[in-house]
Design a protein around this ligand. Structure first.
Ligand code: ZN
Length: 149
């Protein structure tokens, strides 16, 4: 599965992670799974690179406060931010991003434990590394290929 994201949004993620260090940053991913939103928003050469039914397109990021009691190693999005983001982006929240200030960009045991929903994107930023995963089933991540536009 492939995920399309602009260089600007990738830079935004890196910046958010760097600014939040030593705490984890977090927020929502706004976008679409392309199969669910015809006509496709990408055309030409980019469209030819897309093969998987559920390739995704990231349109925006919504930063939220990290309300975890242990924000150095965990993230938690508070109920107020959750409700506000859902109201403003009905059906267009396709996942979460967060950073790992002191670990690599691999989903942690906590991330796996909290990944209940399927077809949800998880972006993890660690230093200069940004990786995108999707939950193929509850608690099961598969890594996505990132296509930068
Ligand atoms: Zn994590």
């Amino acid at each position: 599965m492939k995920v399309i994201i602009s260089q600007v949004l990738l830079d935004t993620l890196q910046q958010a992670a760097a600014t939040a260090t030593p705490l984890e940053c977090c927020g929502f991913i706004v976008g679409d799974f392309l199969a669910m939103s015809p006509p496709f928003k990408v055309k030409g050469e980019l469209e030819k690179k897309l093969t998987f039914l559920n390739d995704a397109f990231i349109e925006d990021l919504i930063p939220t406060p990290n309300v975890s009691p242990t924000p150095q190693t965990h993230f938690e999005i508070g109920p107020a931010a959750l409700v506000a983001a859902h109201r403003a982006n009905r059906n267009r929240l396709i996942g979460y991003y967060h950073s790992h200030p002191s670990r690599d960009a691999e989903p942690s045991l906590t991330d796996i434990a909290h990944a209940h929903a399927t077809n949800t994107l998880w972006i993890i930023i660690a230093g200069k590394i940004t990786r995108v995963f999707i939950t193929m089933a509850p608690h099961r991540f598969a890594e996505c290929e990132i296509i930068v536009t």
